[in-house]
Design a binder for this molecule. Structure first.
Ligand code: NAD
Length: 312
């Protein structure tokens, strides 16, 4: 008999997690406080999995109809959590709400159940400190859209047990995600720290009039992006010379000089004036009313990239 996983909150992220867990045969019980949302989520998961199967994007070996049946919905948190080995919390990013929901979960689980928050920014120490099962709780932060972007940032609180981190990491690998483990809490976790460093330089280059927004984006999607889809910045250094030590001997001075000459002090304020100029540029290619369409385009491309990477 397959094990049960509980998903609390059935919005965008809750639906993605549900499909990911079902893809490897877990029974998924989804809870939401909003009955209308439960109805929408149930329909959306069924339609989405059927479509993914048609498009060749479905994860796992189980047919879409079977995966759909593995995901059930409930308006009782107790029923959702009952017998679950793992809980993935997916309620909106609001500290008071996370505190409330984690306290409710804490009351209903036994000492064996592991609980992870999908929190994008809030560290779990901010909402688990007073809970009796706090050693079984941590953050497992997915990247949108999680079904096609596999990274999950595991961020333990100071009291999260090592074996809990190891078990959640193993579960993420079983369901086909790509977990990383931070050794301690850090504001922005890892992805956003790297992302903000990149955005800062893009902002500075645009503000100084060096390139258009379109050309700055192109540097990433036709330059760094294809490379970073397979190897990270540190491995790039390692491969671009005879090892990273050799890279530093050869290129460290050059890299230092570029930074010294061009980098601006941080933090960078994303000022509205610059934002309006960039948006005016995008008005031709992606006007505001076309953003939903462009998001679908992005997700379809990410789906194709995930499919391609899985077949390499
Ligand atoms: P969402 O607004 O789409 O969905 C949240 C769901 O939680 C809604 O269906 C809502 O009805 C439900 N909810 C509200 N209160 C609840 C309660 N007390 N108990 C149970 N359900 C409740 O939000 P989302 O985008 O799915 O985000 C969920 C979490 O995932 C947030 O912490 C967010 O920061 C994080 N996250 C979001 C993204 C993203 O790009 N959207 C990416 C990574 C992580």
């Amino acid at each position: 008999m397959s094990q049960k996983i509980a998903v609390v909150g059935s919005g965008l992220i809750g639906q993605n997690w549900s499909m990911i867990f079902a893809s490897r045969g877990y029974k998924v019980s989804v809870f939401d406080v909003d009955q209308g949302q439960i109805t929408r989520a149930e329909k959306n998961i069924s339609v989405t999995l059927t479509q993914y199967e048609k498009d060749g994007f479905l994860r796992g070996e189980i047919p879409a109809a079977e995966q759909t049946k593995l995901v059930t919905f409930t308006s009782s948190l107790q029923d959702c959590l009952s017998g679950a080995i793992y809980v993935q919390e997916c309620v909106p990013e609001n500290l008071e709400l996370k505190k409330k929901v984690f306290a409710q979960i804490d009351e209903l689980i036994d000492g064996e159940t592991l609980v992870a928050s999908s929190s994008s920014c809030l560290p779990s120490s901010a909402f688990t400190e007073s809970l009796k099962n706090r050693h079984n709780m941590l953050v497992a932060h997915p990247i949108n859209p999680p079904y096609f972007v596999p990274l999950v940032e595991l961020v333990p609180a100071p009291w999260t047990k090592q074996e809990v981190i190891a078990k959640v990491r193993e579960l993420m690998e079983i369901v086909g995600q790509s977990p990383i483990t931070l050794r301690r809490e850090s504001l922005g976790f890892a992805l956003n720290r790297i992302q903000y460093a990149a955005i800062n330089e893009c902002w500075n280059m645009y503000q100084s009039g060096l390139l258009s927004a379109e050309d700055i984006d192109k540097v990433c999607y036709d330059g760094l992006g294809p490379r970073y889809a397979f190897i990270g910045p540190l491995q790039t250094m390692h491969l671009n010379a005879d090892g990273i030590v050799d890279y530093c001997k050869r290129y460290a001075d050059g890299a230092y000089n570029v930074q010294k000459e061009t980098f601006k002090p941080i933090p960078v304020q994303y000022d509205v004036e610059t934002a309006e100029k960039i948006q005016a540029e995008y008005n031709a290619s992606i006007p505001l009313d076309k953003i939903p369409e462009k998001r679908k385009w992005r997700d379809a491309r990410l789906a194709n990239l995930a499919k391609m990477k899985n077949h390499l």
